[in-house]
Design a protein around this ligand. Structure first.
Ligand code: AVI
Length: 321
């Protein structure tokens, strides 16, 4: 278990500092990347299969419906750079339709998922050059030299992971992509759309409790990796849709007053105290266009699934002013 987990986390004392800083903050908060240890990644895969979690199904339906059109818009000889190695099915649906793609560059911090997705893709597209990059995609990238001259570089960022970044960080990430794709490049980014609060809240509070297990697994990870003593029965998951801001706000709530050991710190949790662990932003088409504009990008095309739940947006550089 693993290589992958060991690579994913910063060295222990760095991790401890991140966690202690978050627990000293008022209100307490921990970064959402802490979800994704091996167990958390498995639970996320299970979330994607829950009947309430419409995002993955909607994005796949969108690709089934529009992949030909998307491929036409992206044009021939694309170098497809994928942020996160993601759900292989989405990438396959896209690659199947691209005309003479130059290469696929999956970027993933953890080597095991990267290896698996490469292996799967090699089976389906034996002719396609694959140039994996095992790194954190939020950092500046040095893309590998392509096997032949691409018509354009397109950065593919599926799954509405952009929504897990706060607005300023999302704009910064898009601006970084803008630099990496070059003048005539593009970004193909998944963005979950605003909709009925009940539908959104159900997606993050599935009846089977998989999302709750995913959230609380963060505490199990801290117990294992930092020797903390979080008692899992003393905490619960809460995901609430903040309609004013347009985002799911996920918290871990303390069911009672309790103290937890985190390194040399004793952290006091009051009864009902909420620790913020994730945002999942939802966008109107205008919201997303504004976000893109703040990163020097313009929305060229938007595709949605037949139910209008989810969008895939093609962004290019906004014309120089
Ligand atoms: C990865 N990301 C797009 C998921 C989301 O919907 O925000 C993570 C997730 N958290 C709870 N359920 C799913």
């Amino acid at each position: 278990m693993s290589a992958l987990r060991d690579e994913q986390r910063p060295p222990d004392n760095e991790l401890l500092q991140v966690v202690q800083r978050g627990l000293r903050a008022q209100p307490k908060r921990l970064p959402s990347w802490l979800f994704y240890d091996e167990k958390g990644s498995e639970l996320f895969e299970q979330i994607c299969e829950q009947p309430e979690y419409y995002l993955t199904r909607a994005e796949i339906a969108l690709l089934r419906e529009h992949a030909t059109d998307i491929a036409n818009v992206l044009g021939p000889d694309v170098r497809l750079v994928e942020y996160g190695s993601g759900h292989a099915i989405k990438t396959r649906l896209l690659l199947e339709h691209l005309q003479t793609p130059v290469s696929w560059v999956p970027i993933e911090i953890s080597s095991e998922p990267l290896r698996i997705s490469m292996h799967n893709m090699e089976q389906v597209f034996p002719q396609l050059p694959i140039q994996p990059l095992s790194t954190d995609f939020t950092r500046p990238l040095r893309l590998p030299v392509p096997p032949r001259m691409p018509g354009r570089t397109v950065i593919y960022f599926p799954g509405s992971t952009i929504g897990n970044f706060e607005e300023r960080d999302a704009a910064q990430l898009l601006r970084k992509m803008r630099g990496e794709m070059g003048d005539n490049g593009g970004i193909l980014v998944g963005a979950d759309l605003k909709k009925d609060k009940k539908v959104i809240e159900a997606a993050y509070n599935d009846a089977a409790g998989v999302t709750a297990a995913f959230t609380l697994n963060m505490l199990t990870r801290l117990n294992r990796e930092l020797g903390c003593n979080f008692e899992l029965s003393g905490f619960r998951h809460r995901a609430h849709y903040n309609a004013m801001i347009g985002r799911i706000e996920t918290h871990i709530l303390s069911k009672r007053e309790q103290r937890v050991r985190v390194g040399r710190m004793q952290v006091l949790f009051r009864e009902d105290e909420a620790m913020q662990v994730e945002y999942s932003c939802k966008y109107s088409l205008e919201d997303f266009a504004e976000l893109a504009a703040s990163a020097g990008l313009a929305v060229q095309h938007v595709w949605t699934d037949p139910e209008g739940l989810f969008s895939l947006q093609h962004l290019t550089r906004a014309s120089a002013k």
